[in-house]
Design a protein around this ligand. Structure first.
Ligand code: M6R
Length: 604
């Protein structure tokens, strides 16, 4: 949802800013721009379209040692050259890039326009350079002008500004991500670490309200009151190769293939050698004593992983609910100190999830973030954090992070079951040994999948339905989400039993149905399959290779290795990821950057 970058160094930084933007393109790709401080003042290039279009127009005229950049996912105003960032003030002496939403921009724009400022875009961001301009004109020094300007803003923002006549980039964050990278004397700023991973893995996580000065010889962080603060330097264990395409046509395909390794990391050291117990470093037995129910808050794919975990908990006698975060933030469910609220979020920056987490926290619940990003807002704001260790995910479509979320949530489920009910789950050992085997089972799915050959037959259809029960239900929802997200073709996921309550009216011979079987509740799902087959719909089952009853009842099957029924959904989901991927590829879609979407949704 927009990416910002900045770089300060002793040589020209334009290439570093453009590289950083390219690496952040998954956050938005409808326009892009760069500004530098040159000997002649501030130079700006910006264009509608992706970074490649911007690169085509950037020339030596903007060589400079301080630079800022932006890749946009439109919220206010269409994707045009004018609305692309950086935005400048009336004199061209201030340039600003922004990620987030300035909620009071209408009022500020009215006030500034009345004072004679001329606006050239439809964006909320443009008020910022004009506010800084006004403060400079009132006689304030650049840093004071910057602080006074941001004090006027309501909403969420990460902002970086260049002001002519200064020797530093000024930046701040409130509610939107911003991290700093340290590489010798060179400094980077970005919305996300992969932006500068190829230059450095040394990272400073900024806090809300911090103001950072990025100069050609170092940086300084001050808090909202202007007092210096030491935020420390962390080293991330992601390498730049983790964020590269590595010979694959698409990041999504690479990330699908990475699932065995990601799962290995997710469970490594977290299962006792005899498979009898969970070893979660910060969550020993008894951690959740006193908890009586669990609420999951999340969006999109993370919501499907949460639904999965909810099924596991309910099966084990632990009351659990999974809410979409946007709805929860609007109508929060009642909580108490006995409620554990788990925010499940790959990025740790999804605005809806953060808003709902804050509601739950304010209402007195205990909070836990399950996330991929160390240092993310969710990880910092929740009482505790549990990391899924999936490594960077660049494709907008979430793939490996779903599998890793489910694996880590399954471990959490086992810990919660024992703490909440007083006894371990009935088949904990079976579940934990299946989790240990999950990476190799996913590896087999990847090697043996026939999804590519099937894709040619299911690309053209009036629509597709995905159905399942128990843990297969969230997988059906996830299969449909992935399909529509990257193929732009219609697909819906349902609880298998719901089909007959309305959607069945849409089922014809031109609406293939993908039926996911976990090995539990199969008889009922087979009944639903018969309902759609009798209306002529072709059925593709996704089921265990040993599930003869299912295999004999359907037209086509995507088989997966036999495993614990609670984990079969993870394997089935990999097959559905491959189906979506291959159909999207045949349709020549923009797989890594689907239209209208962005990787991290930092607005509500
Ligand atoms: O970073 P998060 O897990 O909080 O993101 C939530 C959703 O925006 C995300 O899962 C989205 O649905 C995926 N891009 C779908 O593939």
């Amino acid at each position: 949802m927009c990416g910002i970058t900045a770089c300060a160094g002793s040589d020209d930084v334009v290439d570093a800013v453009l590289t950083g933007l390219k690496n952040l393109e998954y956050r938005g790709y409808d326009s892009a721009g760069v500004a530098t401080l040159t000997e002649e003042g501030i130079g700006v290039h910006k264009r509608e379209g992706g970074i490649d279009r911007l690169v085509d127009v950037v020339d030596d005229s903007i060589a400079g040692r301080l630079g800022i950049g932006h890749t946009r996912w439109s919220t206010h105003g269409a994707p045009t050259d004018e609305n692309a960032h950086p935005h400048t003030d009336c004199t061209g002496s201030v340039a600003v890039v922004h990620n987030g939403i300035i909620e009071n921009y209408d009022e500020l724009r009215g006030e500034l326009s009345a004072a004679g400022h001329l606006f050239t875009s439809e964006t909320d961001t443009e008020v910022v350079p004009h506010l800084i301009e006004a403060e400079l004109a009132a006689g304030h020094e650049p840093e004071a002008a910057f602080r006074r300007a941001i004090d006027r803003l309501e909403g969420s923002y990460a902002i970086a500004a260049l002001i002519d006549g200064t020797d530093a980039i000024l930046a701040t964050r409130r509610g939107s991500p911003l991290v700093l990278g340290v590489d010798g004397d060179r400094r980077f700023l970005a919305s996300d670490v992969p932006s500068f991973l190829e230059f450095t893995s040394r990272v400073v996580y900024l806090h809300d309200g911090d103001v950072v000065r990025l100069a050609t010889d170092g940086h300084e962080v001050t808090d909202a009151d202007g007092d210096p603060v030491d935020r420390g330097i962390d080293t991330v264990d992601w390498g730049s190769e983790d964020a590269e395409r590595d010979g694959y046509d698409h990041y999504m395909r690479k990330e699908i293939s990475e699932q065995p390794d990601a799962l290995e990391r997710a469970v490594r050291g977290r299962i006792a050698d005899d498979d009898r117990d969970v070893v979660l470093e910060d969550f020993p037995p008894g951690t959740f004593d006193g908890i009586s129910e669990v609420h999951f808050l999340s969006c999109g794919t993370s919501h499907h992983a949460s639904l999965y975990a909810r099924q596991l908990l309910c099966d084990r006698g632990v009351p659990a609910h999974a809410f979409t975060a946007g709805e929860y933030a609007t109508t929060p469910a009642p909580v108490s100190e006995e409620t554990l609220v788990v925010a499940v979020t790959q990025s740790g920056e999804t605005a809806d999830t953060l808003a709902s987490l804050r509601h739950a926290d304010a209402a007195g619940a205990r909070t836990l973030a399950v996330t991929n990003v160390v240092g993310s807002t969710a990880a910092r704001e929740a009482d505790d954090a549990l990391f899924i260790r999936a490594g960077p995910e660049i494709g907008v479509a979430a793939t490996k992070t779903f599998s890793s979320q489910v694996a880590v949530l399954a471990l959490l489920v086992e810990r919660l079951t024992e703490d909440v009910t007083g006894t371990p789950s009935d088949d904990r050992e079976g579940m934990l040994s299946a989790l240990r085997a999950l990476p190799s089972h996913v590896g087999r799915v990847l090697e043996e999948s026939t999804a590519a050959s099937l894709a040619g037959r299911y690309g053209e259809a009036d629509g597709r339905f995905f159905i399942g029960r128990g843990v297969a239900y969230p997988v059906a929802r996830e299969g449909a989400l992935k399909f529509k997200e990257i193929t732009y073709e219609h697909a819906e996921g349902f609880a298998a039993g719901e089909l007959k309550h309305g959607p069945l009216a849409l089922v014809t011979r031109d609406t293939p149905v993908f039926a996911v079987f976990s090995g539990r509740h199969d008889t009922k799902t087979l009944n639903n399959v018969e309902e759609v087959r009798s209306r002529g719909a072709p059925v593709v089952a996704v089921a265990s290779e040993r599930n003869d009853r299912v295999l004999e009842s359907v037209d086509e099957c995507l088989a997966v290795p036999e495993t614990h029924p609670d984990l079969l959904g993870v394997l089935a989901n990999v097959q559905l990821q491959l189906v979506s991927y291959h159909v999207a590829d045949l349709l020549d879609r923009s797989i890594d950057k689907p239209r209208n979407l962005a990787k991290s949704v930092t607005v509500e």
